[in-house]
Write a protein that binds this ligand. Sequence first.
Ligand SMILES: Nc1ncnc2c1ncn2[C@@H]1O[C@H](COP(=O)(O)OP(=O)(O)OP(=O)(O)O)[C@@H](O)[C@H]1O
Ligand SMILES: [Mg+2]
Ligand SMILES: [Zn+2]
Length: 559
Amino acid sequence: MSYQVLARKWRPQTFAEIVGQGAAAETLKNAITQNRIAHAYLFAGVRGVGKTTTARILAKALNCRQGPTVDPCNDCPSCREVTSGQSIDVLEIDAASNRGIDEIRELRESVRYRAARDRYKVFIIDEVHMLTTEAFNALLKTLEEPPPHVVFILATTELHKVPGTILSRCQHFNFRAISYREILERLELIAGEEKIRVGERALSAIARASEGSLRDGESLLDQAISLCGQEVKEEQVRDLLGVVPQQLLEEVADAVIARDSGRILALVDQVLTSGRNPQQLVRELMGHFRNLLMVKIAGKDSHLVAAPAEDLTRLQAAGAQLSEEDLTRFFQILVATDGELRGSAHPRLHLEIGLIRMVQAKRLAALEELLAAFSGDSLPGSPQPRTAAAPQRSDASRPPAVFQDSGPPAPTAATSLLDRIREAVSDESLRVASLLGNALDATVAGDELRVRFAAAQRGSCGMLQDREDREMIAKASDKLEGRRLRVSLLVEEQQAPLEDAPPPEPPPPEETPPAAEAPRPPEVGSERRESKRILEDKRVQSFLEVFPVQGKPEVQRLK
Ligand SMILES: Nc1ncnc2c1ncn2[C@@H]1O[C@H](COP(=O)(O)OP(=O)(O)OP(=O)(O)O)[C@@H](O)[C@H]1O
Ligand SMILES: [Mg+2]
Ligand SMILES: [Zn+2]
């Protein structure tokens, strides 16, 4: 016997064999037993999910010599002819290649004649959305009132292209995409019967690549068998599908968790030299991070994740090291990177930068947590809570301007004027907002808004001197203070201690009072002890982990 592809060989011949379309199969079976056969059905759903298969089984059920029956015998001439596609009373018409009015006229003509041998004349019209408007119109009348012995089964992958006039004359069934697990089980069954040795991982990769189409799954398995013979190896399947090994995706995720940019670049190199393209890696990473998120939220037994059982346990462990916020942030970065890669002249560069942004996002998240831990709390060894803000004044420990990415803090009474201005301008310009992030503070003096920069931030100050930028800041002051202020951008000439600055007149209520009551410098010995205590503080250590310093960290008292 000649070779038959798996998809044809394994076409279900009874309602019971149809995978994943329970609702449609049940309703059709009920209609047959209750003898309530409609004269027109419409089967809609993506490719390869059982529309044609179900249409043929329905045709057999209606015409089987022992029928109408929900269990066609598959043995009588009528059943056999339908199976082989040679029945004269069950006609399959491909609307994609017979789209015109003439073909439909011909069809209308043949509808008038009774079935040659069988009970019903069944017309299966595939891809019905391809018909021309005239052809649809010509079909309408026939669909409306066909002779009692005629049943139409229309099938389409694009329901939205089928006119409402046709829809309203048919009983409509939705054929859903087949789930990963259903595809996996069906492929396992087929492989077993065909005596093919294939591991779960290889089948899992095929099931995932089928994207809900069982026919695609079967065709891919066919290809894998042609490539590998009776023993299908995971490696070869991955090459065939061109997918990135699961292990590599996990390594990239681990490197992001460990904030190891170097490792990420090495992994990217490995993927690209093995012939995969950047876009594909990004898409698979999206899938991977989605899976991490799903397992985290829904647990590892959820059917939402298409992965073999042993992978799920590892996904859960990896997911536990990340927050939901981390994962959604990563996902957004990957989506953006995917967009950038489209049509990019430098795909590798975009890929690398995208992944490094993920590492940075992880760092920022850590920073946010730390800041949250500090807020409303005192630095170890500080005499008063508000001095906790002191590190913000030092250039060395100032968070980088990108901190804006994590969203401006909600305005509270404790938010400084500078922060509120930054937030107000951030809607209009992130650039201006992040340059303002490098300022020391903002104060109101009369009708003047003074924004001060340390000498080291002269550059940021200079970049804001543009009329438009100043205008934007003035507008923000209008919004916040209810009056329009003149904007002065000042550079502190020498690293003068803050309390030497001219006192603001009138002093803004939200500003930290100058550290006039700062404690007197303690004795040298106690200073060393205090340094030690600060450096050993858990939160300070976390900071140092996020922002490592070169050499030994030191504690400096701010004047
Ligand atoms: N629900 C299903 N259960 C079992 N096998 C299926 C199912 N869907 C598809 N298959 C397999 O895929 C093959 C093709 O299915 P079928 O022709 O019914 O798909 P279709 O929905 O009509 O697709 P298309 O829209 O591309 O015409 C079948 O022969 C069978 O092997
Ligand atoms: Mg079909
Ligand atoms: Zn039969």
